[in-house]
Design a protein around this ligand. Structure first.
Ligand code: PLP
Length: 465
């Protein structure tokens, strides 16, 4: 006990530390309160270590170093840019879709200046925030009416809460999806006040399964796009068109949670089919909802399209206010959607689409270029480098079965473990996120932007230095 007391007494005091040269230097650059609080926190931790018998005291210089690096860390933005070398285009952990230049410029404009968010410039009075994009959404999809909320999870909730509160919603057992981050159809349904009526089996659901389940309490037939898994083998799913016919025969609302908002005919470009929004609308659904930041390549948003009478009800739901989008989302969404008026423009300007459709030949050249840069800056006694063919995933709950041919750089460290290399690269500025595959760090060039290629060797060098 006495030993601990003397160790505690030996710790430097706050006042003492504030007189240290490195701290004085820090005081001339950073807020005093931040520095004092940081010193206190660090001293408190050192005290605890001593009391738990885990420390034999700490030198003043060590404390000073801790304070300097902690204050510097706090000065940086915690939400920061990273280099995505995973090849996963719509990576939910890395911010999903990058925005097109037009969308970014539009966000900056409404951030910097007042705008007509809820002002009708023609009438000179209060307007509706959705009015700016409703026409555009209808034009692009053929829907009667449209609105937008915070994200697709919010959209699903609001649709069910508005149109099926206290009523039954029939859905196939094969479509009771969970999306990462705790979005589960059955749970959202319960919270919305709708009553889940699951029909069929995991692999097979027939039209008669839906029909047999319809009773007076039923309000809706729902379909959820299985956007992050596939059921293969002996399967049967009811085509949307048939579900629509059944629903309308019984005067029920037919709703599809489409997940990803896709407008591109994938098979035309040699890729697997992913339903498009206009197709789903044309099939006659009453309501369809999807995300703004998955395949659509826009900002986080939940887009709801459908028959005017239902959209009007959804707009009037008081919960709508709690889920509403802000001016930045609206700006980015409008600009992104406008690019879809011309498919070629969309494929060229929307990063998510551009990355998905980058030809393997271009990726191979990019990988070779990066490899050349790396060979120039890294010591070949320390690393083995090679370019290899591999596959990337679209990610973000879209096209679960699809792999895209790509090229990766494989970096095999000779004098450290690959696990350590991967960790060091996550600690650089900006962090570089790759994946480990057969003892090598793999950098997939699909999601590395051209202007980032030169940064990669610098980052790796810094991480090792
Ligand atoms: C992604 C997804 C959601 C959730 O959308 P967010 O925009 O992430 O809230 C809901 N349903 C399906 C089918 C999805 O794929």
């Amino acid at each position: 006990m006495e030993k601990k007391q003397s160790l505690l007494r030996a710790l430097p005091s706050v006042d003492e530390l504030l007189k240290e040269k490195a701290i004085l230097n820090l005081l001339s650059q950073k807020p005093r309160q931040l520095i004092v609080n940081t010193i206190r926190t660090i001293l408190e931790k050192e005290r605890e270590k001593i009391l738990k018998g885990k420390s034999q005291g700490v030198h003043k210089d060590n404390v000073v170093n801790q304070v300097v690096s902690e204050v510097e860390r706090k000065g940086k933005n915690q939400l920061c840019r990273v280099i995505n070398a995973t090849g996963v285009v719509v990576h939910t952990n890395l911010g999903r879709s990058l925005l097109a230049k037009e969308a970014i410029a539009h966000i900056v404009e409404v951030a910097q200046y007042y705008n007509n968010l809820e002002y009708d410039l023609q009438q000179g009075r209060r307007g509706m925030r959705y009015s700016h994009i409703e026409g555009l959404l209808c034009e692009l999809t053929g829907a009667e009416a449209a609105m937008v909320v915070n994200n697709n999870a919010g959209a699903v909730f609001l649709v069910l809460n508005t149109l099926a509160y206290g009523k039954k919603v029939i859905i196939s057992r094969g479509q009771l999806i969970e999306i990462g981050g705790s979005f589960r159809i059955p749970d959202v349904m319960t919270r919305s006040g709708a009553i889940l009526k699951e029909v069929g089996t995991t692999n097979r659901t027939h039209l008669y399964d839906y029909e047999d389940a319809i009773d007076e309490e039923t309000a809706m037939l729902m379909k959820a796009h299985t956007s992050n898994y596939k059921i293969i083998g002996f399967t049967k799913e009811v085509p949307l068109k048939e579900l629509v016919n059944l629903g309308h025969q019984y005067k029920l609302i037919v709703y599809e949670d489409l997940g990803s908002g896709n407008f591109i005919n994938f098979p035309k470009y040699g890729l697997e089919k992913e339903p498009t929004v206009p197709e789903v609308v044309a099939a006659g659904v009453d309501i369809v909802s999807f995300s703004g930041d998955k395949l659509l390549g826009g900002p986080q948003a939940g887009i709801i399209l459908g028959k005017e009478e239902y959209i009007e009800k959804i707009k009037r739901n008081p919960l709508n206010r709690a889920l509403r989008i802000d001016k930045f989302t609206l700006a980015a969404l409008e600009s992104t959607l406008k690019l879809y008026r011309d498919e070629k423009t969309a494929l060229r300007e929307i990063p998510t689409l551009k990355f998905i459709f980058t030809p393997p030949e271009v990726l191979r050249r990019r990988a070779r270029r990066l490899c050349r840069h790396l060979k120039k800056s890294l010591d070949n006694k320390e690393f083995a480098l090679k370019v290899d063919a591999d596959v990337s995933k679209v990610g973000g709950g879209a096209l679960p079965g699809l792999t895209l041919p790509t090229y990766v750089i494989k970096i095999k460290p000779k004098r450290m473990s690959v696990v350590r290399l991967e960790r060091e690269l996550r600690a650089t500025e900006p962090p570089l996120i790759g994946r480990i595959e057969d003892e090598a760090l793999c950098l997939d060039v699909r999601t590395i932007q051209d202007e980032e290629i030169k940064l990669v060797p610098e980052i790796i060098k810094r991480a090792l230095g």
